[in-house]
Design a protein around this ligand. Structure first.
Ligand code: K1U
Ligand code: ZN
Length: 170
């Protein structure tokens, strides 16, 4: 099914499916490539800088990212693991396509090294800082069933949940 653009529905917080822990990708085939293409279509359409498979109800360790201004530097990250993270941490503003309209500060490692596989199963390593480092950590949390708002205070989290539930009731 090449070239047919497909937009996948994005799960909205507090959907319990966002807490499913993703499984390792073991088969690097055409179906995986199709899932990757559909996730890029969905991410670019939603104007996100990243998207984890969990967010589109696909529970495999697969992330797509493009932090470039020009939106032409797609990065596929499969079975990622952090091999090093800086002791230095910084609080930055985050958003999430599964938590629309909510932006808040989260503290993360300033820099990380991530070992991963590409769409063909080829291993590679990423050394990231800045927005890419933040995005990688945010998306890897999704694969573990964690959403960024869960780092906020219980008070803020409660307000966010009730706001999003009200929006979904209409
Ligand atoms: O839903 C997601 O996981 C994508 C998310 C990624 C992300 C953004 C910012 C910090 C960490 C992770 C988004 O793309 S939210 C929309 C966005 O483009 C953005 C929001 C805030 C700052 C920078 C970009
Ligand atoms: Zn997110």
């Amino acid at each position: 099914r090449p070239n047919i653009m497909a937009l996948l529905p994005i799960l909205r917080y507090p959907d319990p499916k966002l807490h499913i822990v993703a499984a390792e990708v073991r088969t690097f085939d055409a179906a995986l490539q199709q899932q990757i293409d559909d996730m890029f279509d969905t991410m670019y359409d939603a104007k996100g800088i990243g998207l984890a498979a969990t967010q589109v109800d696909h529970h495999q360790r697969l992330i797509v990212i493009d932090v470039s201004e020009s939106r032409d530097q797609p990065l596929v990250v499969i079975n990622p693991r952090i091999t090093w993270s800086s002791a230095e941490r910084v609080k930055g503003e985050e958003g999430c396509l599964s938590v629309p309209g909510i932006y808040d500060g989260v503290e993360r490692a300033v820099a990380v090294k991530v070992a991963a596989q590409d769409a063909k199963g080829q291993p590679f390593e990423i050394e990231a800082d800045g927005l890419l480092a933040v995005c990688l950590q945010h998306e890897m949390d999704h694969l573990m069933g964690k959403v960024f708002v869960e780092y906020l205070s219980p008070f803020k989290l409660g307000r966010i949940k009730s706001k999003l539930l009200k929006q979904q009731r209409v």
